[in-house]
Design a protein around this ligand. Structure first.
Ligand code: NAP
Length: 385
């Protein structure tokens, strides 16, 4: 297999690097893509013997070219278009989509259109443009998606025999503020929100995990990945993050996929599927372990319900939800917004949105994303006055 990693310098990229270290005979690296982190990308490109590396920030790419002039290493590309061109013609067979946010959409579409297998971590892509991606997947020549999100990887593994299911149960750690009241969330700091109890992840998904928006995005992701109605997708809080998700079949039998929270596992499952490769990980200790399950608190963590309703509304509502949330999370991380303002900005943007019609194409996705970002930014600016 020849792999391109989009978002190579991030948290998923780091786990993918560790998987690659153990499986260099199976996985050759075609290309690595990041946004601005030039030094790390160059190091990874050299270590992983990539044919090329790309920084979507062209100025950073130019600077790196000057810095490493004369040194042996991968070709250096700059800009989103160069990435698109390379994906359209490269010798890759697999693409790990692990960029954060809406930026992952276009390269993911290009990879699928070329018939490549996309290992999808970047859930925002499916949330923003689920119907567009589905139309590409419906083409007989398109590639396929294998989920990397740990919950969706769990469901994917449980559904391997393609048996009729009653419902999907997504587990959710509850994040750092599980059990907190709305009142106590008012003064939450960025540092507190970035302290996830079980997972080491990039800042955007970590904040989404604290608001439970991440689980809301995952409900929509599961709807598109597994073609399941929203009322057959439930969420249960499971603070230990050992049961990665469950599938209940029509006869009531339930399968779960369990293990230590370690993203190397779902990444490796996606790379090796339908085989399994060995992984250096301790044998799981079941004895003496307490596992807990509880209902999510939808009053305190309203974004979980807002996201579900946006998914049920369909059309471009999930795209608007995603864009407004990306802007609001940036606002929180840059300390322009309080933690509880995130849901307010997302709700205000969704309420102001007028859908265009029943179906939508890529141009309409781009337009809705742009509109929602502008609207959310102006909402944030008004709050600052
Ligand atoms: N981390 C996890 O455990 C986890 C689990 C499940 C799903 N996911 C999903 O995986 C994706 C990545 O998460 P992460 O935690 O790995 O994020 P992260 O640590 O913040 O890394 C993001 C990566 O995307 C790159 N990037 C950011 N903006 C970009 C742009 N405009 N164009 C091209 N590349 C861009 C970054 O490059 P620079 O470093 O150069 O900025 C970096 O390589 C997200 O969609 C997340 O929801 C993550």
């Amino acid at each position: 297999m020849r792999l391109v990693i989009l978002g190579a310098t991030g948290s998923i990229g780091h786990s993918a690097f560790k998987v690659w270290e153990e499986h260099q005979d199976e996985v050759a690296i075609e290309g690595l893509v990041a946004h601005v982190n030039a030094r790390r990308l160059w190091e990874m490109g050299c270590q992983m013997r990539a044919a090329w590396i790309a920084l979507t920030d062209t100025a950073q790419a130019e600077r790196l070219k000057q810095e490493v002039k004369g040194l042996a290493g991968p070709d250096i590309l700059g800009g989103q278009e160069a990435v698109q061109e390379r994906l359209a013609e490269a010798d890759a067979t697999h693409v790990l989509a692990a960029m954060s946010g809406f930026a992952g959409l276009e390269p993911t579409l290009t990879a699928l259109e070329r018939g490549l297998t996309v290992l999808l971590a970047n859930k925002e892509t499916l949330v923003a443009a689920g119907d567009v991606i589905q139309r590409v997947l419906d083409d007989a020549n398109s590639g396929q998606i294998i989920p990397v999100d740990s919950e969706h990887s769990a469901i994917f593994q449980c559904l391997a025999l393609n048996q009729p299911l009653r419902r999907i149960i997504l587990t959710c750690s509850g994040g750092p503020f599980r059990g907190w009241t709305r009142e106590s969330l008012q003064s939450v700091t960025v540092e507190q929100a970035l302290r996830h109890p079980n997972w080491q992840m990039g800042p955007k998904i970590t904040v989404d995990s604290a608001t439970l928006m991440n689980k809301g995005l995952e409900i929509i992701e599961a709807h598109y990945l597994f073609h399941v109605d929203y009322d057959a997708i439930d969420v249960v809080i499971h603070p230990e993050s050992i049961v990665h998700s469950l599938v209940e079949f029509v006869d009531g039998a339930t399968l779960a996929q369990c293990g230590y929270p370690d993203m190397r596992v779902p990444i490796q499952v996606a790379l090796s599927w339908p085989q399994r490769w060995p992984l250096e990980i301790p044998a799981f200790q079941w004895a003496g372990r307490d596992l807990h399950f509880e209902e999510p608190d939808l009053d305190t963590f309203r974004l979980l319900q807002v996201a579900r309703e946006a998914g049920e509304a369909g059309q471009l509502y999930p795209c608007v939800l995603n864009a407004a949330n990306e802007v609001a999370v940036e606002g929180f991380l840059s300390r322009q917004l309080g933690f509880l303002d995130i849901v307010e900005v997302v709700e205000e943007t969704l309420n102001a949105f007028s859908p265009v019609g029943r179906g939508y194409d890529l141009a309409e996705v781009r337009a809705a994303d742009r509109w929602a970002r502008q609207y959310a930014r102006s909402t944030i600016a008004q709050r600052a006055r």
